[in-house]
Design a protein around this ligand. Structure first.
Ligand code: C2E
Ligand code: CA
Ligand code: CA
Length: 747
């Protein structure tokens, strides 16, 4: 049913063609024949109005203008018939011309509305202009000009005779504009175009016939008659609603082959007119009209080509920009960086590679959105920390590069120090407060002629910085190449070490002040390498953290320390250390199974949970997520948590609220100069106050002299650890220390 109604327009079109054929067969020049003609026009106008009612397009105005135009034409037809058949005169000009000419602006208003919704592209306007100028020139030369210079008719008649082709040229311009639009056209659109073509065709045929021959009606009329029918058919087509909306593709029209052919042909119309006029009647060559037309065409084409050239240049520029830029941050990418390094090579310039230390963790735990936001924030900071001529590039996931042209080592180091400090401020990324740390390697571009070699050197230095614990910068030195392969060898040897049990634990006492009585011990890892001898943790733990071996190594440390602590409790009773502390890396905390491992080890060893201390660093837990969660779980088991090296990282007191902390270990660097007064003493005494208030125990690390111990005691510190009280020693040596602890304090 719906389908049948949707095809009503076809029925209408077919009936219209039949009616037109019928009109042709009726006797020409009779009133009733003309009334049939007018009736078809009138019904068409009514059909348009009815269709608007039926389809309710969003913008009906255009259709009402079409209906009004059609109806006005019918009025013209009726007026003319009244003159000829009733008054039996053929006046020119007459009231009929007023109606006919009035209809054009109405129809053109509707068409203009249709054209408008296609958007305004200069290119489309120019294309339409070229076609209209070319065809208009032909119109002018062969239709309008003879009328304009026809001395046999009076001025009013000439003006009206000129008004018709002039209106046609305007309508043609609109038609050209409609046709040069990019994209698919709705069927209703095609029907409208056909109707306009029919009107224009008939008008031209009429003008030509009446200028060069004498017009006797008939065939030309059927074009006009059909145009009524087709115009109404457009309104009846279901797709008429779509004409209210802009076409899907509103981009500027592309210069397709067909369009180019149409534009070329239109441009060639000017010389063509000249040739025809020159060949047929050299005296009548319209040099003014053709000259003006040719100039206008030339200017239009030049404008169009200039636009095209600019467009191509702009696109080429955009493309090269995209190829040289990082999408996420808008910074130059690796390709651009290499170009710029190339430009400064041989001059004293610094090239630095920067790698975020814990980015993978952030990305894994908090998701890519947070990771992306973090990268963008870091990019902004880097740009802020560098100087105007410097380049900040993003060359990988969490890798940045800095090019500091014409910069000495000293100035370069100053810039990098500033960056390390600036990055230490927490970054707010997607509502998370994050602590970023970076390892930076820097190389001098002066030493080599090869950008890739400079980048490689910076990369080697960057790994040295990372292996040294990150959050610092290292400058490339030739021996690093050797060191680098060494650290790779170290990584492999670590694997072997685990299998061959080359690890051992030393224990360092933690004492009370002022007595110096040992109350606890910290387990510190040593590696007994078969060839290299004892290797310190600072040398191999960063390597183990990087290759992940810290996870099984750390598990061994935990088991061994708990086993030893439980053994002391059995053997020494009340003289055993109350607590044993174990260092745990961020990498271990990130392991989902870590809290379960702690629970298992405690159960296996029989050590009460409160006798175990897990030492974590600020940076490991600062970013929250899995690590903080693990610490809370472990704390939930009854295990004590110590915040290690406090003061070297971000020193966030806020962390004491989110993270369950029992013990605060103040870093050695604050203890070193505690006896000279000044800042360190103030900070330590403030930390003691805060700890007391939060019910946290403070331990002073790295106490090397009796003077430091006394000063700490004066400040209110009650627990300490350091060479002054005892160096890290094998488990066997510990019971003796616990026994003679009292003597130390009195020393
Ligand atoms: P830490 O946790 O801060 O451990 C204290 C470090 O300071 C130890 O170095 C210790 O020997 C040293 N120390 C103690 N008293 C003094 C002193 O009076 N003066 C000076 N200058 N140093 C003192 P060690 O054993 O070389 O360990 C270095 C770091 O390696 C540790 O720092 C810890 O972060 C890490 N580490 C050690 N064992 C383990 C472990 O089993 N697992 C993990 N993940 N890290 C460990
Ligand atoms: Ca520690
Ligand atoms: Ca420490």
């Amino acid at each position: 049913m719906r389908n049948a109604r949707d095809r009503l327009w076809l029925v209408w079109l077919a009936s219209g063609v039949v009616a037109t054929a019928g009109y042709l067969m009726m006797p020409y020049g009779e009133l009733h024949t003309e009334l049939v003609y007018a009736a078809v026009g009138l019904v068409s106008a009514l059909v348009i109005v009815a269709s608007v009612r039926r389809y309710r397009p969003v913008r009906p105005a255009m259709w009402y203008w079409f209906a009004a135009g059609t109806a006005t034409w019918v009025l013209g037809d009726l007026t003319w018939s009244y003159h000829v058949y009733v008054l039996e005169t053929e006046p020119f000009p007459s009231l009929a011309d007023v109606f006919y000419l009035a209809a054009y602006p109405m129809l053109m208003t509707g068409l203009l509305m249709l054209v408008r919704r296609q958007g305004r592209h200069l290119a489309g306007l120019i294309d339409a202009g070229v076609i209209a100028t070319g065809v208009g020139l032909v119109f002018w030369s062969f239709v309008m000009r003879p009328i304009a210079y026809d001395a046999s008719t009076d001025l009013l008649a000439r003006a009206i005779n000129l008004a018709y082709p002039a209106a046609d040229v305007l309508m043609l311009t609109l038609l050209a504009r409609l046709l040069v639009t990019a994209g698919r056209r709705a069927a209703a659109g095609w029907l409208l175009v056909s109707a306009v073509v029919l009107v224009l065709g008939s008008d031209v045929a009429f003008s030509v016939v009446s200028t060069y021959f004498s017009y006797e009606g008939g065939l030309v009329d059927i074009g006009w008659l059909l145009s009524y029918v087709v115009w109404a058919a457009a309104a009846m087509h279901p797709s008429m609603r779509e004409l209210s909306f802009p076409p899907a593709d509103r981009t500027a029209p592309r210069l397709t082959g067909r369009r180019l052919a149409a534009l070329t042909a239109s441009s060639l119309l000017a010389p063509a007119v000249l040739l025809i006029q020159g060949a047929t009647n050299p005296a009548e060559v319209d040099w003014l009209g053709v000259g003006v037309g040719a100039v206008v065409l030339f200017l239009l084409v030049v404008t169009r080509m200039t636009g095209l050239t600019f467009q191509v240049q702009r696109q080429a520029w955009q493309l090269s920009g995209l190829a040289m830029q990082d999408d996420l941050t808008g910074l130059p990418n690796r390709r651009m960086l290499q170009r710029r390094i190339h430009a400064v090579i041989g001059r004293p310039s610094q090239i630095a590679l920067l790698d975020l230390d814990n980015f993978k963790q952030v990305n894994d735990l908090l998701g890519h959105t947070v990771g992306d936001a973090l990268i963008q924030a870091v990019a902004r900071r880097l740009v802020a920390a560098t100087r105007p001529g410097d380049t900040v590039a993003r060359i990988g996931g969490d890798e940045f590069a800095l090019l500091l042209p014409d910069t000495t080592e000293a100035v370069g180091d100053a810039v990098l120090n500033r960056i390390v400090a600036l990055l230490q401020q927490p970054v707010v990324a997607d509502r998370h407060q994050l602590l970023v740390q970076a390892s930076i390697g820097v190389a001098d571009a002066y030493g080599t002629g090869d950008p890739l070699e400079v980048l490689r050197r910076a990369d080697v230095a960057m790994y040295v910085a990372k292996n040294a614990g990150g959050n610092r910068h290292a400058r490339f030195r030739p021996e690093m190449d050797a060191h680098n392969t060494e650290s790779a060898r170290l990584g492999a040897a670590l694997r072997q070490a685990l299998d061959d049990s080359q690890f051992a634990l030393l224990y360092q006492p933690i004492v009370t002040l002022p007595s110096g009585r040992a109350v606890a011990a910290e387990a510190l890892l040593r590696w007994h390498h078969p060839q290299l001898g004892v290797i310190e943790p600072l040398e191999f733990i960063p390597v183990a953290e990087r290759n992940g071996l810290i996870v099984p190594i750390g598990a061994w440390v935990l088991k061994e320390a708990c086993r030893q602590a439980a053994q002391w409790r059995r053997e020494l009773g009340a003289a055993a250390p109350e607590r044993v502390a174990v260092n745990v890396s961020a990498r271990q905390l990130a392991e989902p199974d870590f809290p379960r491992l702690v629970a298992e080890v405690l159960a296996d060893s029989g050590l009460p949970p409160e006798s175990l201390v897990v030492e974590v660093t600020e940076t490991a837990v600062f970013n929250g997520g899995r690590a903080l969660h693990a610490v809370r779980e472990i704390h939930g088991l009854g295990v004590k948590i110590a915040l290690d090296d406090f003061g070297t990282g971000h020193s966030s007191l806020g962390l004491l609220n989110t993270c369950p902390v029992d013990i605060l270990k103040v870093d050695r660097s604050f203890i070193e100069d505690i006896t000279t007064g000044g800042r360190s003493a103030v900070i330590v005494s403030a930390l003691i106050n805060i700890s007391d208030g939060l019910d946290i125990v403070m331990v002073a690390e790295g106490v090397e002299t009796g003077e430091q111990a006394r000063r700490l005691y004066q400040l209110g510190c009650r627990l300490a650890q350091g060479y002054h009280f005892g160096r890290p020693a094998p488990a066997e040596a510990l019971p003796a220390r616990f026994a003679r602890a009292d003597q130390v304090a009195s020393a």
